[in-house]
Design a protein around this ligand. Sequence first.
Ligand SMILES: NC(=O)c1ccc[n+]([C@@H]2O[C@H](COP(=O)([O-])OP(=O)(O)OC[C@H]3O[C@@H](n4cnc5c(N)ncnc54)[C@H](OP(=O)(O)O)[C@@H]3O)[C@@H](O)[C@H]2O)c1
Length: 270
Amino acid sequence: MSKSPLCVLTGASGGIGQAMAAALHDQGYRLLLVGRNELKLAQLSKSLGNQHSYITADLATIEGRDALVHKAQKLGGASVLINNAGVNQMASFDHQSAVDISKTLEMNLLVPMLLTQAFLAQLSQKDSATIVNVGSAFGSIGFPYYASYCASKFGLRGFTEALKRELSDKPIDVLYLAPRATDTQINGVLERAMNTALGNHMDSPELVAKQLVKQLNSRIARTVIGFPERFFAKLNGIFPSLVDNAISKKLVIMKQVMKQTNKGAQHEIL
Ligand SMILES: NC(=O)c1ccc[n+]([C@@H]2O[C@H](COP(=O)([O-])OP(=O)(O)OC[C@H]3O[C@@H](n4cnc5c(N)ncnc54)[C@H](OP(=O)(O)O)[C@@H]3O)[C@@H](O)[C@H]2O)c1
């Protein structure tokens, strides 16, 4: 009997990653769960009946990425790669350190690109393979206090689209999933206060995982979760000045939240 397809899931120890792992488990995938927090990965693996593999790896290092690629190869090679690991730091741009700007671009853009490249040989061995890049609504809408994050996710969206078209004559699909605000630890006090002040809806990680499964099963190239976000992403692409105006009207509220909650960046990216 042939083995079920192997899915490499980065950011598996995080909020969205854990929900994705459970949903992919239910879909019958074999999982290689990736993160830095070994305890969380072990707990997740246990909650899924210890049927899956996991590896602790700092994906910002070449050693971490090599170890992951090697482990996946030993497990028979990946059929699905989900680039879900990511970082965020909401901050006024003038308060963000050079290190935090670099880390944001590294983890959200460079690492998914390098991992994708490193996995292409394995994915090419399969009759059908899929890469899913987890972006953000902020990968289509530039938003105040998310300049570095937006730059990284806009970049990831561009990378996804270009690679999808480059591989369109091969059996490797490249998909882009863009969640909106989701209830995970990536959102601290500041992000939550901002979402409340702006009336932004926060999804559950399980809803994002459900969208992932839907996308994988129906091969939808691009998914932006949530109606207003989907609408504004489209509008921003066609009439960006309308979105400029809508967002600048909210800047007063945003400045108040920034002032009340902190004066700059609230936490360093670890
Ligand atoms: N939550 C939201 O509001 C939201 C909205 C839109 C898009 N997203 C995107 O969804 C994805 C998942 O985010 P989340 O909300 O689940 O955040 P999260 O709970 O903070 O999880 C982030 C994950 O990234 C991993 N990670 C970070 N740096 C790493 C590194 N150097 N090496 C290896 N793994 C690393 C973390 O691993 P360890 O903890 O083990 O280090 C963790 O598993 C991200 O790409 C994020 O940008 C989230």
